[in-house]
Design a protein around this ligand. Structure first.
Ligand SMILES: [Zn+2]
Length: 381
């Protein structure tokens, strides 16, 4: 009985301090971000955007090689050899071990856990209060949600034209999303983030990990760097790459949680000053909705063609296939849930964090949409 009480007390104390710690970190975040996090992100961004290749790949290799050296140094057979060669340099060995620990396991832990793929990572931006909590989402009925889905479907068909869509280059989306995201942050009473200037092509191990995990683009909070898979490594419709660019730009503004990043991405596309980007916003919303909808003919053809190209490309990527298979077996594949994506048979949640937040912040609300005429609707959002 005494033991049970002690265990219970320990658990309650642990949860109390854990909750207290999270609260403190969250309230301190604003101060941290203003005086240290944001200036650091601006400095790091200015440097890494000039370098044309992916530095995260280099850091990953430094971490792995340091781990190997650390192991070699402390395996008895190698330890004896090194002491024979350097009998008087014990203090140097101690420094080297510390350096190897910092550049090996510590660096790898910070690098891997810092990507936002796991909760409670060491990166301070995870302590930012979630946008959907800040905005206290209203309840949204499935019927209202369905009306938005049909409205965006209608808008996609009305506004889609091949020329506009094909003119949406990666540079144009990067520039416009940077600008709109900053405007949104200011409107929400948050500081602007850094202006992302370069998205680097993935190569080596990060390419392999990205393709097999199912996150073939990333922002690394440690270096404030963004990298994305090459078109030739993963053929996708143009809108997929353009969504990814806006998403990574939102990460670079200081948002690590995928849900926050997707909410900002969706709003930046739907409210963009360049109306051609609204098409990308409609597609993103519809794809995440889990509802059936019809695609414009051109996009349907592009999707089919890219799916065939992707199948052929995968045949030429044996290591990616092997690693994907292992990741699936170990259940360490990326999932759409943390991005706010609904599956077809998901039960509707009236407090869905993605859809309630996005709809709350849209410049028009369900009543105004469905009481407005088609002519008026053309002006929204
Ligand atoms: Zn992301």
């Amino acid at each position: 009985m005494g033991l049970l009480f002690a265990v219970l007390l320990t658990k309650v104390t642990f949860y109390f301090f854990f909750f207290f710690f999270i609260q403190i970190m969250t309230s301190l975040f604003e101060v941290y971000w203003k005086f240290l996090g944001l200036p650091l992100s601006l400095i790091k961004g200015t440097i890494v955007d000039v370098i044309p290749f992916c530095l995260t790949e280099i850091v990953l290799w430094i971490g792995l090689l340091s781990c190997v050296l650390l192991l070699l140094k402390h395996l008895p057979i190698f330890k004896k050899d090194s002491q024979r060669v350097h009998p008087t340099k014990t203090s140097l060995f101690r420094i080297n071990t510390i350096l190897l620990i910092v550049c090996g396991p510590v660096l790898l832990f910070v690098l891997i856990s810092g990507q936002g793929a796991i909760p409670f990572g060491p990166q301070p931006t995870l302590n930012r209060k979630s946008l959907n909590k800040n905005w206290a989402p209203d309840s949204l009925s499935e019927k209202q949600f369905e009306q938005y889905v049909r409205w965006f479907e209608q808008k996609l068909h009305q506004e889609f034209n091949e020329t506009d869509y094909l003119n949406l280059s990666e540079d144009l989306v990067l520039k416009n999303c940077n600008h709109t995201l900053d405007s949104l942050l200011v409107a929400y009473g948050l500081p602007k983030g850094r202006t992302l200037k370069r998205i680097k092509p993935l190569f080596g191990l990060t390419r392999l990990l990205g393709l097999s995990y199912g996150g073939p683009a990333f922002h690394d909070p440690l270096l404030s760097e963004v990298a994305m898979v090459r078109k030739s490594d993963l053929p996708t419709p143009n809108y997929w790459r353009l969504h990814a660019i806006c998403h990574e730009t939102a990460h670079a503004k200081g948002f690590t949680r995928e849900m926050d990043t997707e909410i900002l991405t969706q709003l930046a596309l739907l409210t963009n000053q360049d109306k051609r980007l609204h098409l990308l916003g409609y597609i993103l919303f519809l794809q995440k909705s889990g509802k059936s909808f019809s695609w414009p003919e051109f996009l349907e053809k592009e999707r089919t063609q890219k799916a065939l190209e992707r199948r052929d490309t995968k045949k030429r990527q044996p290591f990616v296939r092997l690693l994907t298979h292992i990741n699936k077996k170990l259940s360490i594949q990326n999932s759409g849930e943390k991005y706010g994506t609904r599956k077809k048979h998901d039960k509707w949640k009236s407090d869905h964090p993605f859809f309630t937040s996005v709809i709350k912040k849209l410049p028009c609300q369900p009543d105004s949409i469905f009481s407005a005429s088609i002519e008026e609707q053309k002006e929204m959002p």
